[in-house]
Design a binder for this molecule. Structure first.
Ligand code: SF4
Ligand code: SF4
Length: 369
């Protein structure tokens, strides 16, 4: 049981037995909140840093268990649907499928539900009403992660922190990474790298593998498709490589957005430069280790309270991630505009052609995560 004084985070899912978020068998923790808003994002439930009460009318069996569970006498369905949560008379006239406001969920838990653990969602037998985002303390999360330790050890796996953007909850993430390291649980962070450099590097030095999204090289396109500049992102990725940290670049291939030859060629050149920096850092580390000395990089880490970065055998890779449309239904359920609505899934031929852009430069590349 978590204490009130320990670090607490907000997560929206924990997925066990994953083979896609790093080596071996993994448990992936999804942290809520993201500073970017990618046009093709398939996890809209991860965007808001607040809990979200989601109502899916088609699953509702009209049992009224949610309303009965609300100690404040509200009508949770109406609330999540953007209606008047105190208008009891509307219950009978509720029409499944009625529109709900684009940002109704955020409003719904800020007021009047901000201090509530949402027993309404707990009471719902059909998951028509769901609370996206639960607060969790460090010790409760560690208990959940520890439960699969035997599988991590047998498979060379571990825990991956994803989102949303895990660095958006930097303090909590840092505490969980420390706790995992103390217990010998390997970790990975899947990140957009959009964070202040000190925050990025603090987490990067505490994890075993960085899964770094690299969406678009062109600054104007990046801002148009994600809402943010890629300046910080590219800086952070370069810093990680210069430190010799284990990383993979994750390239989402989204037709109409990220999938254009000139951009991918520029990205492959960038990836090649990164790998050279990474190799130089590793060579410097191994030479100083052979001479029984501490490398300047490791001296710097010790000064900041981090352990030296060990060579865990991971070599830089490029992962080409094909766009998939699993997120479409989530936007429909929230009545949100989905900018990738008309986007097609890339063909196998196109994926292989894009992989060729990277492999022709001698980079290790694979299709999928
Ligand atoms: S979140 Fe809490 S206050 Fe809000 S409707 Fe549900 S039970 Fe009532
Ligand atoms: S508890 Fe769930 S299924 Fe029952 S009325 Fe509420 S939303 Fe519908």
């Amino acid at each position: 049981m978590s204490s009130l004084h320990e670090p607490r985070g907000l997560i929206f899912d924990i997925r066990r037995n994953s083979y896609h978020d790093g080596p071996g068998l993994r448990t992936t923790v999804f942290l809520k909140g993201c500073p970017l808003s990618c046009a093709w994002c398939h996890n809209p439930e991860g965007l808001s840093p607040l809990p979200e009460l989601l109502f899916r009318p088609l699953r509702c069996i009209d049992c009224d268990a949610c309303a009965n569970a609300c100690a404040k006498g509200l009508l949770p369905r109406e609330l999540a649907a953007g209606g008047d949560p105190t208008a009891r008379g509307r219950a009978g006239s509720y029409i499944p499928g009625a529109a709900f406001g684009a940002d109704s969920s955020e409003k719904s838990l800020r007021s009047p539900c901000a201090d509530c653990a949402a027993p309404c969602a707990e009471a719902c037998p059909s998951e028509a009403l769901q609370l996206m985002g639960r607060a969790i303390g460090l010790s409760d999360l560690m208990a959940e992660l520890r439960a699969d330790k035997v599988f991590y050890e047998a498979s060379g796996g571990g825990v991956t922190f994803s989102g949303g953007e895990p660095l958006a909850q930097a303090g909590f993430l840092s505490a969980v990474l420390d706790a995992c390291r103390a217990e010998g649980i390997k970790t990975a962070i899947e990140t957009s790298s959009y964070a202040k450099p000190a925050i990025f590097m603090n987490a990067a030095l505490k994890t075993d593998l960085l899964l770094l999204d690299l969406k678009v090289m062109d600054a104007a396109r990046h801002r148009a498709y994600t809402g943010r500049s890629n300046f910080l992102i590219l800086e952070n990725i370069q810093s990680a490589a210069r430190e010799g940290l284990a990383y993979a670049l994750r390239v989402p291939l989204v037709p109409g957005f990220t999938d254009y030859d000139a951009g991918l060629e520029a990205m492959a050149d960038f990836a090649l430069g990164l790998e050279k920096s990474w190799q130089e850092a590793r060579e410097c580390s191994s030479k100083t280790a052979a001479a029984g000395e501490t490398s300047p990089l490791d001296q710097g880490r010790a000064g900041e309270g981090h352990s030296p970065v060990s060579d865990n055998g991971y070599r830089p890779e490029i992962h080409i991630l094909a766009y998939h449309d699993a997120g479409k239904a989530k936007y429909a359920a929230r009545k949100l505009l989905y900018h990738a609505e008309a986007t097609a899934v890339p063909s196998r031929e196109r994926l292989e052609a894009v992989a060729g852009i990277f492999s022709r430069r001698g980079l290790r590349v694979r299709i999928g995560g």
